[in-house]
Design a protein around this ligand. Structure first.
Ligand code: NAD
Length: 380
């Protein structure tokens, strides 16, 4: 019986290696990034998501309609609502991203997306993992700031490989063993390292922390570290430091040293975990936005998930929309509307820094999601 599983697993393993090599070769060819400034029209897809997703997204869309009033009026920007990326629809169709939804998404230039639920176990892949792969959104960019402590971090998390690329396609011998796979490619690592160092160089940063577990994951993380250093050599004014993920999680809670870190580059799983920790230091996951960037598409989101516990506890209306508002700000910057992004950033800072009493906490003693949005919109 075990032999049968082994034979099947070997066949599957060969197919996975061939598929991943083909992906690496495609990446090696590179792509030309989209030039939003040169475009006559930009289509922004609005995807509600699950749980607290539609609640925060409703406010994000209101905000966007106010900030982009002129562009919407002139037709330079179109907001296009995309339905169907709900857990109910995905489960009913057995598709992480249903075909028709994917087609609609690919017809947009950028996406503003609410969080989507992924069931534990089973074989339904995360909608995000699918979208990141389908749209080749290789850089997950997550800024975290605590001005009073001098913290100004930006995380460049590799977004298309690591443990995630084959996360739903592991091997199992029931009752005996299970194995998942982690993949690191040359081209995949080089491109995330390149954008991290490029950001550092363009923004006057002189340190980049390369965070891995290369002492244990010698092949994947070992190569990730090597490639990051090869890229670092192209930026002689930037110091590249190696860190292990375990000590880095400790560093982030060490008030004596944490404000020395600036830019982080790290593989997918570590980036996923440590950015939640970082967001908590900023004020909670409800305060942090994120960008999933590729050369052709980009998707902007809150860093958190669909928060099913908030729904169960009747706190959904108190979900903090700051996370998706920060993502909106990042999106405006990405599509070349920096002045609008600055205006939104200033309004958010005024609300969260100067008016702490209305900062939504996720608990019923704060303002509701809508009240907070009204407050931000008054400042615009
Ligand atoms: P979660 O991030 O959804 O929520 C964890 C806790 O964080 C909540 O219970 C709440 O206390 C707090 N929180 C989250 N968002 C908040 C907000 N806007 N305001 C105030 N407090 C907030 O994490 P989870 O419960 O581990 O995951 C739930 C689901 O979301 C899972 O199915 C997971 O796969 C999915 N998920 C999706 C994304 C995404 O779509 N980008 C990201 C992470 C998790």
């Amino acid at each position: 019986m075990a032999n049968e599983y082994i034979e099947k697993a070997c066949e599957q393993f060969r197919a996975l290696i061939e598929e991943q090599l083909a992906r690496q070769e495609k990446m090696e060819m590179g792509a030309t990034p989209k030039d939003f400034k040169a475009m006559d029209k930009i289509v922004i897809g609005i995807v509600g998501g699950d749980g607290i997703g539609p609640i925060i997204m409703e406010q994000a869309e209101r905000l966007l309609r106010k900030v982009l009033a002129e562009e919407l009026e002139s037709g330079r920007v179109e907001l296009r609502r995309i339905e169907g990326l709900t857990i109910e629809n995905r489960l009913a169709l057995g598709k992480a991203v249903p075909e028709d939804v994917l087609t609609e998404i690919k017809a947009c230039d950028v996406l503003l997306k609410g969080p989507t639920t992924t069931p534990k176990g089973g074989s339904l892949e995360s909608a995000n993992v699918t979208l990141r792969r389908e749209l080749d959104l290789y850089a997950n960019v997550r800024p975290v700031q605590v001005p009073e402590e001098g913290i100004d971090w930006i995380f460049y998390r590799e977004n298309t490989e690591g443990e995630y690329v084959l996360g739903s396609r592991g091997v199992e011998i029931p009752g005996k063993l299970s194995m998942d796979f982690k993949v690191t490619t040359e081209a995949g690592t080089r491109r995330i390292a390149r954008v991290a160092f490029e950001y550092a160089a363009a923004n006057g940063k002189d340190r980049v922390a390369i965070v891995t577990k290369a002492n244990i994951m010698k092949k994947t993380d070992g190569n990730f570290t090597r490639i990051c250093h090869e890229v670092a050599a192209l930026y002689p004014n930037i110091k590249a430091d190696d860190w292990y993920i375990d000590i880095m999680t400790a560093n982030l809670v060490n008030k004596d040293i944490r404000n020395q870190f600036q830019v982080f580059v790290l593989p997918n799983l570590y980036g996923d975990i440590i950015t939640d920790e970082a967001a908590e230091i900023q004020g909670g996951v409800g305060t942090a936005g994120s960008a999933n960037m590729g050369d052709q598409y980009a998707m902007f989101e809150a860093i958190h998930g669909s928060a099913p516990r908030m729904i169960e506890e009747g706190l959904a209306d108190y979900a903090n929309p700051s996370s998706i508002f920060k993502a909106t700000e990042m999106m405006l910057r990405h599509i070349g509307l920096s002045q609008k992004a600055d205006k939104l950033a200033a309004a958010l800072t005024e609300c969260t820094e100067k008016e702490k009493r209305v900062v939504v906490t996720g608990f019923a003693d704060g303002a509701t999601c809508r009240e907070f949005a009204d407050y931000v919109m008054e400042k615009l």
